[in-house]
Design a protein around this ligand. Structure first.
Ligand code: GAL
Length: 687
């Protein structure tokens, strides 16, 4: 306990990762944005007008330019050419197409990497990343950051007051950290700032284990090896900080010259669940976030894809953009198949339904050579529309029609799912069961919540305000800091309903075991605890009341210590240790409730648990829709929007609870027919 208390004083993250509870409010756009990534530098200037004409003809109102064009903007060191970029932006204005300017920091030019080898990225195995691909730079190199600041300053001077520029994207898809000597020096500085003394660091990571104690800062390893989990967690925090600083450098350069109306975002890429660094921290300085929605092989997985949108929306708790979306097919998947006719449109409307205000295809037209010549696009090598262009044209017509109703609205949910990068890392570092997939665990809870509601929030466990939620679900909160424990306890005492999933409350902020049994700092409030956890090699029975089914992969033996802690489910015939023992326990606390689910249960058991929790927390369900139809809702400006999508392969009819205005098809409807790939956008009440 003494150690735990001593460590607690270290808990607040370094100032650069400073957390704030509230987002600054929704970024309000007066329209929905549609467009694509356009690379004018790859084509003769005479062609540009035809590109823009074709964009306009499918309904585009925005284009993203510049994010890989460093060698065109600075062909030789110190020789800048921004004129072509300004000309492209101004030509776009003639077609009423606004521009988002990408900074080119993903692709340093060859003259730079040749002359200044220290800007290059060094992988953990010591290999230097050479030229010919992209992302060959070191995020930690001071020289590289200076080069970035300089070119971004020139760009912002040229375009910061340009009326046709609505915003900026810094770099593209932050991915790889570097293990070069400067990065290592930054690591040592980070450790000194975080821990102050080596004694504290040694304590926090329990380095007496395997003779890991450090007597000099420089001895602390710097790599992406699998090693001490306390050290591994700290590496993740350091990498996060490197990205925050890398982006901030450019952000400040843009802000110094850009009109305040121009937004700044980062496109965090195609893997919404990716966790090389903490997305919440990396988003704090930005105006809103954006990501890339690709299906890759196969077809849209509605729950997983929808949940990914919700995760992304939660990074800043505000609407976002899909900065890249799949134009039919990609070039990088195992099988880069084409989406079904209508599926591209379905993807666009699902994104909007989950809070996206921008849909940008990647890409407008393939370069004639380079790594991505086979990728889907909207026009072909001949410069003429390919078949999917007509579908995007339909999307364009529909987005324009829906804009007056949808602009300024956003998803609003009475429930939240908590997500936490430190907990994700902690479990992944020590899986204990190879099939323990935290995204799947989260989706187990998400699916029945989404079936009941038009909007579900996924938010940051450590800082998101909880008071507005009737039900909060934390599927895998392995690390519960003292601050988070207090927040959650206050939420429950204030009348909130909290569900904790398995593996909750096991570790402290340094990824060290809590000296008390799970859920650690919340065990007292729960009036119960985890006696023992088991990785399951075979499914076991679980049930109680009407609810019966199976648990797989993970089960914890629970016990109750308070007289008013109820056992909701027990294990049936199990592995001997678990037979008849509590699997789910719950305690009413004033008007609130805390529930602990100790196992990974099957869909029917989960549905009954969640349905019971929704009813118990007084959450009003949205109206019922057929199984393969997704209901999404957005609200704001006094308007309530309903988006319905048929994700199934048969036609469906949805009976509406009251007549609604059909925005896409016109008229007032009391039921909606949804063919295969069908989409309906409706407004509740009058217009
Ligand atoms: C994205 C990337 C684009 C392009 C695209 C292909 O991840 O941002 O530049 O490479 O993938 O799908």
């Amino acid at each position: 306990m003494a150690i735990a208390l001593a460590l607690a004083s270290l808990v607040p993250a370094a100032p650069v990762l400073a957390q704030t509870g509230a987002p600054e409010g929704q970024q309000q756009f007066d329209r929905l944005w549609l467009g694509s990534a356009w690379y004018p530098e790859q084509w003769p200037e005479e062609r540009w007008a035809e590109d823009l004409r074709l964009m306009k003809a499918h309904g585009a109102n925005v284009v993203r330019i510049g994010e890989y064009a460093w060698s065109r903007m600075e062909p030789e060191e110190g020789k800048y050419d921004m004129d072509w970029l300004v000309r492209a932006v101004r030509l776009a204005a003639k077609y009423d197409i606004k521009a988002v300017i990408g900074t080119p920091s993903d692709t340093p030019p060859a003259w730079m990497t040749q002359k200044y080898p220290d800007v290059s990225q060094i992988q953990s195995n010591g290999r230097k990343v050479g030229h010919g691909g992209r992302r060959q730079f070191s995020i930690s190199s001071k020289r590289y950051r200076d080069f970035c600041r300089e070119i971004v300053t020139r760009m912002a001077q040229a375009l910061g007051k340009e009326p046709n520029v609505i915003g900026w994207q810094i770099g593209n898809e932050p991915t790889d950290e570097s293990y070069d000597p400067e990065a290592r020096a930054a690591w040592v500085a980070w450790l000194k700032q975080r821990y102050g003394t080596l004694d504290k660091l040694n304590d926090a990571w329990t380095t007496q284990y395997w003779s890991q104690s450090y007597t000099a800062w420089e001895q602390v390893p710097f790599s992406n090896d699998k090693a001490n989990p306390g050290w591994m967690l700290e590496m993740k925090r350091f990498i996060t900080w490197q990205w925050v600083a890398f982006h901030k450098n450019q952000l400040d350069a843009i802000r110094a010259h850009a009109a305040p109306s121009q937004f700044i975002t980062v496109n965090f890429g195609g893997l919404g669940w990716a966790n090389r660094f903490d997305r919440y921290a990396a988003n704090r300085d930005l105006d809103f976030t954006s990501w890339d929605n690709y299906v890759g092989s196969g077809h849209l997985k509605p729950y997983r894809n929808g949940a990914t949108h919700d995760l992304v929306r939660g990074w800043k708790r505000k609407n976002f953009w899909v900065m890249e979306i799949q134009p039919g097919y990609v070039n990088w998947a195992g099988v880069s198949n084409m989406l079904y006719p209508g599926e591209t449109r379905r993807m666009a409307w699902q994104a909007i339904g989950h809070g996206s205000d921008g849909i940008l295809y990647w890409q407008w037209r393939n370069a004639l050579n380079g790594q991505e010549t086979l990728h889907g696009s909207l026009v072909g090598a001949d410069g003429k529309p390919v078949p999917v262009y007509a579908e995007v044209q339909q999307i364009g017509r529909e987005m324009a029609k829906a804009t007056p109703a949808i602009a300024g609205t956003h998803p609003v949910s009475p429930v939240a799912v908590l997500q936490d990068y430190a907990s994700r890392w902690a479990i992944d570092f020590q899986l204990h069961h190879k099939d323990y997939d935290q995204i799947e665990v989260l989706l187990d809870y998400y699916q029945p919540l989404k079936d009941a509601l038009g909007a579900v929030d996924i938010v940051e466990a450590e800082v998101a305000p909880l008071a507005g939620y009737k039900l909060v679900v934390a599927p895998s909160l392995n690390i519960i800091s003292e601050t988070t424990a207090k927040r959650l306890a206050d939420y429950v005492r204030g009348g909130g309903h909290l569900i904790l999933g398995p593996r909750s409350g096991m570790k402290d902020s340094y990824n060290a075991l809590e000296p008390q049994r799970q859920p650690g700092p919340l065990a007292k409030l729960l009036g119960g605890r985890v006696e023992q956890y088991y990785a399951l090699d075979e499914a076991i029975e679980v049930g109680g009341g009407q609810n019966a089914g199976r648990a797989t992969i993970w089960a914890e033996q629970l016990s109750t210590s308070a007289p008013d802690t109820e056992t909701l489910l027990r294990y049936g015939k199990a592995n001997g240790w678990l037979d008849g023992k509590p699997a789910v326990i719950s305690r009413k606390v004033g008007k609130g409730r805390i529930t602990y689910v100790g196992a990974l249960v099957d869909d029917s058991v989960m549905k009954a648990l969640i349905d019971g929790a929704l009813a118990g927390a007084g959450v009003a369900r949205d109206f019922a829709v057929p199984a393969e139809v997704e209901l999404m809702t957005r609200e704001g400006q006094g308007r309530r929007i309903v988006i319905l999508i048929n994700h199934g392969r048969t036609a469906q009819t949805v009976t509406l609870p009251e007549p609604m205005t059909d925005i896409l098809a016109s008229g007032t409807k009391s039921s909606v027919a949804l063919p295969v790939e069908g989409v309906a956008v409706l407004q509740r009440g009058g217009k």
